[in-house]
Design a protein around this ligand. Sequence first.
Ligand code: ADP
Ligand code: MG
Length: 253
Amino acid sequence: MARRKLVYEGKAKILYEGPEPGTLVQYFKDDATAFNAEKKAVIEGKGVLNNRLSEFFMVGLGHVGVPTHFIRRLNMREQLIRAVEIIPLEVIVRNFAAGSMAKRLGMEEGTPLPRPIVEFSYKDDKLGDPLVPEEYIIAFGWATQQDLDDIVQLALRVNDFVGGVMYGVGIKLVDFKIEIGRVWDNDFMRLVVADEISPDSCRLWDMETGQKLDKDVFRRDLGNLTDAYTEVARRLGVLPTNVTHATKPTLIN
Ligand code: ADP
Ligand code: MG
């Protein structure tokens, strides 16, 4: 079997060349990083769960008319995606104050925001993904004003969909981050949701208890991360089978 060509290895995923031009295979690793990769760990099963959860949300978004890079899941850890030109921004949507926003503004975590707030960070690990105003994005040519308007609309549609689905299973979508990519059909460019949507890239709190069910469990040492992600997957009905137990062969007679 021919070895696949590695395209990029990141902190949580690996991209390989896909079977057809314009496609990639996205492999979900068990690696967890936080605080700009200062804190690292391997968390068994995380990649399998994120592969499933990202599939679940990308497919759902497709069904409500939001374009994504997702083509199909290949196996427990891999999915086939469209290769896109990633816009070097982390697009963050916030419904409640938390994390860096709460810190920056001295707000209590969990304070409801008057409306969803969309903000942008420049995707650069060395710089620690700094927050950037729209003015910078346009001036430096990372995206046009038209792109930004479309990106905000996309991000808000993702927020409505993911927030609604989470509400249905008793989880509050506090905030999340997505990446947006450009797909070219000849001279025509479209923006699609890329990268992943998973508890690695969202803040998810149990509606009743406030228990954290996202990567903050790892960032803040609040317990077992796989347990938290498994709980999210279980509630959404997307628990992968055959993950935890090695099943014995069964005799058929
Ligand atoms: P990083 O450490 O850079 O965040 P990840 O481990 O998250 O990397 O790996 C995913 C990488 O692949 C990211 O750099 C992301 O921008 C990129 N990516 C995600 N989806 C696509 C896509 N559809 N086409 C091309 N690149 C993508
Ligand atoms: Mg990433």
